[in-house]
Design a protein around this ligand. Structure first.
Ligand SMILES: Cc1cc2nc3c(=O)[nH]c(=O)nc-3n(C[C@H](O)[C@H](O)[C@H](O)COP(=O)(O)OP(=O)(O)OC[C@H]3O[C@@H](n4cnc5c(N)ncnc54)[C@H](O)[C@@H]3O)c2cc1C
Ligand code: SF4
Length: 508
């Protein structure tokens, strides 16, 4: 019997690794997997460095680790079964049933057997979710309340602490002049990260020419993600001590000179299994109970981790494979080149893409209301934007990127999003400081220099009227559509066409 830990299952103190202290372990580094997309070098450095550190720590602790550096997973499994014929592998269940079937087929082909055990990187089990969703409807807020009741988090005698389930209306402030968040943490990596970064550059450099990331893409010095459990715990401590208090109020705010704001920067550690969701939730709740963080911050954080992260994981499982290709609005535009290069005059997009190029990260509202929103109103085919997000972000894994991009960002399937998150420059201006430094005019919809978001927003509502007008949540927007004259619509369509042409030519 061997415990097979896949590269994003670096869970040490629980799960199959902890439950089977005497069994050997298998980890497979497959290069072909890393070549599937032009992944951000920091993402590759993160995953490979974390796997290598994990291997070393386990060996130091006396565990027997078979670490295979191979071309494909199949090669790794073939080599394993050659050495240990008829072995029985124990591994965590994959996020999609298709992946489970593929693993079973490869293992069986090589004469072995495989057993799937629950994934300890999540709180909500498959059975719990399926029972909750037995009527086939997914509504995040209902799920979130269900999970609060199931876990007892932020409840007193069955009622929500503070009287409300959700303090979302207190999560939309913009910081005052002069506000600065605590600097994000840095870590003492030793040699592994530097060595892995050099190896990544040498091994995968060829992959970065297409699409063109450019020569200065991804400065290794900007790498700042935990690669060990110890560093992940330091990151959690840092967040709870220095950033959690402001997390809630400024959760939706964007500032050009603050890439992290007061966000936790914990997604990579959670997704790799270096931190457990219940652990981070309980730390945040303890800070509230000790009077060190306000309720709107703590509830907001709990909602993201206990609510959204768990919810999307199961929606993905149940809606794949259709979700990845879903495109209910028939959007068919190619992704503008500036998503890769950052080469656009639009101050908001240029800054956010620059951050992604540099560090493989942007925070949630930049992902949703700048990058996905532009893709939505421009009409980018969802699978294309999904591929870009999946390639470019350090925390991207298909199970979490796909529901966020295809459904939440681009309203591709309509399985849980109740309306598209489409907005004009109005929203960007309210929540950020981008527009004041932008050559485009935020208040102009048509004509030269008008902010591209504006004409595209109206054009989006017009193009998708058949699909969207009957949605009662879109009523207000369509009342504004109805107030526009024919002349206004002609000018809007003309400007939207012009913007698409500029984007295709690289002139936007
Ligand atoms: C278009 C789009 C693409 C996204 N792609 C990814 C992705 O590839 N990988 C990823 O981990 N998250 C993704 N997210 C969700 C979210 O933006 C990131 O989890 C978050 O920005 C990570 O930064 P943080 O750790 O500082 O998060 P914080 O803002 O501090 O939030 C705390 C934690 O809550 C969880 N969380 C928050 N929002 C979500 C959400 N919408 N879905 C799932 N979990 C959430 C994360 O685990 C996060 O670490 C995406 C969101 C959008 C809109
Ligand atoms: S004016 Fe438009 S393009 Fe410029 S920053 Fe504002 S929203 Fe972005």
């Amino acid at each position: 019997m061997t415990v097979w830990l896949r590269g994003d299952h670096l869970v040490r103190h629980r799960g199959p690794l902890a439950r089977r202290p005497d069994d050997p372990l298998l980890l497979i580094e497959a290069e072909s997997f890393a070549r599937k997309l032009p992944y951000h070098p920091h993402k590759l450095t993160l995953v490979f460095a974390a796997m290598r550190q994990f291997r070393d720590e386990l060996r130091e602790a006396g565990r027997s680790v078979h670490y295979r550096q191979v071309s494909t997973f199949e090669d790794g499994l073939a080599a394993h079964f050659e050495e240990r014929p008829d072995d029985h592998l124990v591994t965590t269940e994959p996020q999609a049933d298709g992946a489970r079937e593929r693993i079973e087929a490869v293992v069986t082909d090589h004469g072995g057997t495989v057993e799937f055990v629950p994934d300890e990187r999540f709180v909500c089990s498959r059975e719990q979710f399926d029972e909750w969703a037995s009527d086939g409807r997914y509504r995040h807020e209902d799920f979130y309340r269900f999970m609060r009741r199931e876990t007892g988090y932020l409840l007193i005698d069955g009622d929500p602490v503070g009287g409300e389930w959700n303090y979302d209306d207190q999560n939309r402030e913009t910081p005052p002049e002069g506000w600065t968040p605590a600097d994000p943490p840095t870590f003492d990596y030793g040699e592994t990260v530097e060595e892995t970064a050099e190896w990544v550059a040498k091994t995968f450099a060829g992959s970065y020419d297409d699409p063109p990331y450019g020569g200065d893409w991804a400065d290794p010095a900007a790498f700042r993600w935990p690669v060990t459990r110890r560093q992940a715990v330091q990151a959690l401590d840092h967040f709870v001590t220095h950033r959690l208090s402001d997390f809630g109020s400024y959760q939706d705010a964007m500032r050009g000179d603050e890439w992290a704001m007061s966000h936790s920067l914990l997604s990579t550690s959670l997704n790799l299994g270096l931190l457990a969701p219940d652990e981070v939730i309980e730390r945040a709740i303890a800070a509230y109970e000790d009077g060190d963080a306000p309720l709107n911050s703590v509830e907001g954080f709990v909602r993201q981790v206990l609510g959204w992260r768990e919810f999307l994981r199961h929606v993905y499982r149940r809606e794949m494979p259709g979700l990845a290709e879903a495109n209910q609005l028939d959007a068919d535009e190619a992704l503008p080149e500036f998503y890769w290069t950052g080469d656009t005059d639009m101050a908001c997009l240029s800054d956010v893409v620059d951050g992604v190029r540099r560090r493989g990260y942007s925070h949630h509202i930049e992902r949703l209301m700048i990058l996905a929103n532009f893709g939505l109103v421009y009409g980018v085919e969802p699978a294309r934007l999904n591929r870009w997000f999946h390639a470019g972000y350090v925390d991207a894994f298909h199970w979490i990127t796909t529901p966020n991009v295809v459904e939440m960002g681009l309203y591709g399937a309509g399985v849980f999003a109740t309306k598209p998150y489409a907005s004009s420059a109005n929203y960007v201006d309210k929540m950020s400081d981008y527009c004041s430094g932008c050559p485009y005019y935020k208040t102009k919809t048509t004509g030269e220099g008008a902010c591209p978001f504006n004409a595209l927003y109206w054009d989006f509502l017009d193009r998708n009227e058949d699909a969207l007008r009957s949605n009662h949540r879109m009523g207000l927007m369509y009342s504004h559509v109805d107030n526009k004259s024919d002349e206004e619509w002609d000018a809007i369509r003309e400007r939207a066409d012009e913007i698409r042409a500029m984007a295709r030519e690289g002139d936007l």
